[in-house]
Design a protein around this ligand. Structure first.
Ligand SMILES: [Zn+2]
Length: 262
């Protein structure tokens, strides 16, 4: 989930009647700093929690695979101890947000992740923190690519980003209804709420194809991100892929079929 340029003034300034309601509900009694991550919670945080180690290792992996530099811009991660408190906080401070388990919020001055402790917290944090790592070094990453990369890196390390639920969804659609991808349509999506589950799956598939099929595809993604970093804009990936493949959509379908046979 990505929400950019949300003004967090309400958090900092407090409620309209002068009562800092938002601030009171933000968990920040304990803070643990791990490289770029500043993790806040009201419950004790183990300095050596395996998850936090995994999140820092994930940064190394992301920067290495995508040829991106490391940033020292802090990413503030707020961990709520239960879903109830998380939802109350989000309803109060971000009433327009959809009902999700975790969020990444970027403003001009701050990168923030909100998440709730629970069974899927590790996956949620890997996803949302990926947005933070990416946004701290590359401007204007298109929504579909931002989500595709996050869906790739939400998978535990060592599994080559193979997101099984997305893979199964797409493989079934290919077999049942001859599903065809459409990267140009994905490139037009500008708002996270416009992305369907199918769009998330397709975004993941394109990223997995770029990162795991051939070395020259990974180079194509790296050069795209490099151009974004240098110029703030870059020739769309659909245009770049068309110079490498006669039918990029057919190549993606083949890739999904190949992944399902693994
Ligand atoms: Zn996301």
């Amino acid at each position: 989930m990505r929400s950019v340029f949300i003004i967090l003034a309400v958090l900092l300034a407090g409620g309209c009647a002068g009562t800092p309601v938002g601030r009171l509900t933000l968990p920040e009694r304990n803070t643990l700093v791990r490289e770029q991550l500043e993790i806040h919670s009201d419950f004790p945080l183990s300095a050596h929690h395996r998850l936090f180690e995994e999140l820092t290792a994930q940064r190394t992996e992301l920067c290495r695979r995508l040829s991106l530099p490391r940033s020292d811009e802090p990413i503030h991660v707020y961990l709520f101890e239960n879903p109830d408190r998380f939802h109350k906080f989000m309803r109060l401070n971000h009433p327009g947000f959809p009902d999700r388990r975790a969020f990444f919020v970027e403003t001009d001055v701050r990168l923030t992740v909100y998440a709730q402790w629970g069974d899927r917290m590790a996956e949620d944090l890997r996803h949302e923190v990926t947005h933070g790592y990416l946004h701290s070094v590359a401007p204007n990453v298109p929504l579909w690519l931002d989500e595709g990369i996050a869906e790739y890196f939400e998978v535990p390390r060592g599994r080559q980003g193979l997101n099984r639920p997305h893979l199964e969804l797409l493989a079934e659609r290919i077999e049942r209804e001859n599903w065809q991808p459409d990267l140009r349509r994905l490139e037009q999506l500008a708002a996270a709420q416009d992305m369907t589950q199918d769009d998330y799956a397709q975004s993941w598939a394109w990223v997995h194809f770029l990162m795991e099929s051939r070395p020259e595809c990974l180079e194509l993604l790296r050069s795209y991100l490099g151009e974004l970093r240098r110029n703030g804009v870059a020739t769309p990936l659909s245009v770049r892929l068309a110079t490498m493949f006669a039918r990029p959509d057919a190549a993606l379908v083949e890739h999904v079929r190949w992944c399902s046979s693994l």
